[in-house]
Design a binder for this molecule. Structure first.
Ligand SMILES: Nc1ncnc2c1ncn2[C@@H]1O[C@H](COP(=O)(O)OP(=O)(O)OP(=O)(O)O)[C@@H](O)[C@H]1O
Length: 321
């Protein structure tokens, strides 16, 4: 279990992590989500005692990282896969780590097998592909057979096979009862991997919820309507007890409605429709809406920009679990 309490980190004027309080529980994969610059890496560095909190506290199984005897046996982490001495072979890299941390050599062979690097164990790490480097970093995290594992953006830049492998590995580690905490800025990836979600934006906690709950609340289906007779359509919908949402581009959205029903209703009242389309909001869209206000750098092209919220989704379930 990892427990954060009011964890805060300031760099001068910049508040990178702002009073974060949550717990990462064993037996499941917890996704740590946030847009670029949200404070995920800073939080993970504080968990590992690599950065000092400005305020607040973080404990690993009830203790501070620097109070852990043989910390690699409690918590294994992959923060930066490139942080390897390139001139060393995979085997020697892991052997050095094992010897420095009182871990038996037999574990080196075991973890090389687990991550599928046995055949290239004697090759120099500097010749490794991105995927092989990630696997080596993960082998290092697994070396002490820790109950807690933490991975910072482990699938960044990997091909689909590598992504699938890491996803399965994390789920297997959680199924063994371990605590698995993994950061990402991709909601779609987390939806396939994590059972629990912690979302942050500009260092602040935006959501701490089960994935099932997030999906249930955000699998919004709606019908999009566009008409040149907007006022008449609004009046008609209100008379029928239907409250549409303004889409921002002149269109109207009606939640949980059937397009046939709305189309027939408009036809009966002689209202022309230019659009009548059933839609399903994606989880990625829900995540972008949740974090829209806390994204540091927006793209300025319409297509790449986060959708403008027609209403603040997620506002009603912040921190709900
Ligand atoms: N050493 C530092 N000095 C000053 N500012 C920093 C430092 N480290 C991080 N920051 C700032 O703190 C904020 C959080 O950064 P952090 O790297 O933790 O975010 P992140 O969520 O991991 O982002 P990314 O997904 O881009 O890696 C950013 O605005 C960053 O510029």
């Amino acid at each position: 279990m990892i427990e954060l309490e009011g964890l805060t980190k300031r760099y001068g004027e910049k508040v990178a992590v702002n009073h974060l309080t949550f717990a990462v529980r064993p037996g499941l994969v917890t996704g740590f989500l946030g847009p670029n610059g949200a404070g995920k890496s800073t939080t993970m560095r504080m968990i590992l005692g690599l950065d000092r909190p400005t305020a607040g506290d973080v404990r690993i199984d009830g203790r501070h990282y620097d109070r852990l005897k043989d910390p690699m046996k409690y918590i294994g982490a992959l923060l930066d896969a490139k942080a390897v001495h390139g001139g060393r072979s995979a085997y020697h890299h892991l052997l050095c780590l094992a010897q420095a941390n009182g871990i038996p050599t037999s574990r080196v062979h075991e973890v090389l097998g687990t991550v599928g690097l046995t055949a290239v164990a004697r090759k120099k790490a500097k010749n490794f592909s991105l995927g092989m480097g990630q696997r080596l970093g993960i082998a290092g995290a697994l070396l002490g057979d820790p109950r807690i594992l933490m991975f910072d953006e482990p699938v960044n830049g990997l091909d689909p096979e590598g992504i699938h492998w890491i996803r399965t590995l994390m789920q297997n580690l959680a199924a063994q009862g371990r605590t698995v905490f993994v950061s990402s800025h991709l909601m779609s990836e987390m939806a396939l991997t994590a059972e629990h979600l912690v979302v942050i934006g500009q260092g602040r906690l935006l959501a701490d919820t089960s994935m099932a709950d997030f999906i249930r609340r955000n699998s919004r289906s709606y019908v999009r309507l566009r008409t040149p007779q907007r006022e008449q359509l609004l009046d008609l919908l209100h008379r029928e007890g239907i409250t549409p949402v303004e889409a921002g581009d002149g269109a109207l959205e009606v939640d949980d409605a059937r397009s046939e029903h709305l189309g027939e209703l408009a036809a009966r009242h002689g209202i022309v429709l230019h659009e009548l389309s059933p839609r399903q909001a994606s989880l990625e869209e829900a995540f972008m809406r949740l974090t829209a206000e806390s994204v540091e750098y927006h793209a300025h092209t319409g297509s790449a920009q986060a959708p403008q919220p027609s209403r603040p989704w997620g506002a009603d379930w912040k921190k709900g679990s």
